[in-house]
Design a protein around this ligand. Sequence first.
Ligand SMILES: [Zn+2]
Ligand SMILES: [Zn+2]
Length: 258
Amino acid sequence: MKRKGFVLDVVANNIPYRPNFQTGWGNACLIRGPGCAVLFDTGGDGDSLLQNLEEVGISPSGIKYVVVSHEHDDHTGGLWAFLQANRKALVFAPASFSQAFRSRVRAAGARLVSVKGPGRICEGVYSTGEMRGRKWEQSLALRTAQGLVILTGCAHPGIANIVERCVRVLKDKPHLALGGFHLKDVPGSEIDGVIARLRKTGLDRVAPNHCTGASASRRIRAAWGEGFIETGCGASLTIAGASPPITAIRIPVPDHAL
Ligand SMILES: [Zn+2]
Ligand SMILES: [Zn+2]
């Protein structure tokens, strides 16, 4: 079987990276994989999100799955404009999301999947399940020939906890972590502790953005050297080769079907 890869496009972020992209506080990443297109988070602003999706050459109707990491406006704010453009999308949200959010998704005509434990979203794309943090939050892991590519929204449950959980659940080595690491205003000694834990997992590459913070980013860059990838709004990463899907993981049941 020919192994295919993933293309990741950062379509919302507060860190400017490429001209023509609308930069604003928040985070979103488009995942194009062998079996599906998944939008992970939606940024804070719908118009910016839709413009950035156009910039990477995909229309909302071409994106079947939306995964929202946690219930903060800078990750869910763009969802409503997106659902107006594609009400057929399947929205994967942590089970702990508010009733108000759930009702609003259904009112938009979209279907909602409540995520509790780890599960498969589509070919090669897995959710960690909701993890406890300042907000309950899910992250994604992609199975690739290089190892796991881990995507975070804000990483409120702790970036080291998230990477360690992905390794434990998917039984593979971590290749890359991309997204918000939420280490803003965290003392240097604590940041060094997080870096040490991440290094211990064997994580090859890091691409921290969004809420990681300037001082944490400097320390992470120093620790990973060549393995540090600069990203921001409009950044595009190509990951070659997806591993065959595994089937041992429980798939969350769409709650609209219950
Ligand atoms: Zn955030
Ligand atoms: Zn947040």
